[in-house]
Design a protein around this ligand. Sequence first.
Ligand SMILES: C[S@@+](CC[C@H](N)C(=O)[O-])C[C@H]1O[C@@H](n2cnc3c(N)ncnc32)[C@H](O)[C@@H]1O
Length: 359
Amino acid sequence: MEDESSETSNKARLAIMELANMISVPMSLNAAVRLGIADAIWNDGTNSPISAAEILPRLLLPSHTTVGGDPENLQRILRMLTSYGVFSEHLSGSTERKYSLTDVGKTLITDSSGLSYAAYVLQHHQEALMRAWPLVHTAVVEPEAEPYVKANGEAAYEQYGKSEEMNGLMQKAMSGVSVPFMKAILNGYDGFKSVEHLVDVGGSAGDCLRMILEQFPNVQGGINFDLPEVVAKAPNIPGVTHMGGDMFQSVPSGDAIFMKWVLTTWTDEECKQIMKNCYNALPVGGKLIACEPVLPKETDDSHRTRALLEGDIFVMTIYRTKGKHRTEEEFKELGLAAGFPTFRPFYIDYFYTILEFQK
Ligand SMILES: C[S@@+](CC[C@H](N)C(=O)[O-])C[C@H]1O[C@@H](n2cnc3c(N)ncnc32)[C@H](O)[C@@H]1O
């Protein structure tokens, strides 16, 4: 029997307590976004350390808030998220704590286009999605139906399509994450150089295509292809034609196809179908340029591996029990099965990998 007072046992008991209480982390992050803490501290670029009591009057509090809110409870949230690198804590005197934003916290500041990672945090913690989480274990015992479907009676994308609020939040979340990613890859990847007609499959509001067109004037026109209810809400973008449809039926032709964060959501068979439809829409030599999270072969405790594995469980729970994050080898196999003889990965961003499949 293990000696409960040994250092190993002590560390193990601590680690399991941390894991068992881990839900406090995303829930506090969600609270921080709902309250607008990042913008309040940032204060148009100041980011000077301020106390919870000073942050409170700057927050997005509803009018019925009790006596202007509770600074002690706000400080508890700030402290916990400081431990996860969202805020920096500055101690002054014996008890006063002040907070500023770290680089991680700054990803939540609303930019001049109204975007940040905040919408992604909110999107992931909507009530309908939260209802699926206690059912993760059912993905093991009854993998036929997604936990999200068991909890809500229909698939996530079907529900987003019917609700203006969910659809709008999804688009804002995608834009908030995709815009900084695209800025990073467009400086390091030149695969769009010889493309004239580009199609973005599952392009949501069209931000990726807009940014590619801005950076590569050789791309004369782009088609943003997504579900009809999604493109109906997409803004006008010069040079971009929005087209509604179903990628499982067919996709529009172009000399290259871009597809970001789409394959992850679907099963191997569904991915092959989507990729075959892309193959059929391309000329010989044409490229499918996919950007997807790619799992490392080995499991470790790095931030990258954790972010990728956590996203994998999100997909399993919300979108498809057999939709998943894949390894480089698995993507290569999917490409071959869809007819693409050539495959090249480019590691520029830490979360998404660019996967080039050439016909
Ligand atoms: C995770 S989002 C990625 C959006 C965008 N590519 C980005 O990275 O910001 C997946 C997209 O696939 C779209 N989608 C889902 N099912 C689809 C279908 N059957 N045909 C076309 N698009 C679909 C969704 O509406 C959504 O915009």
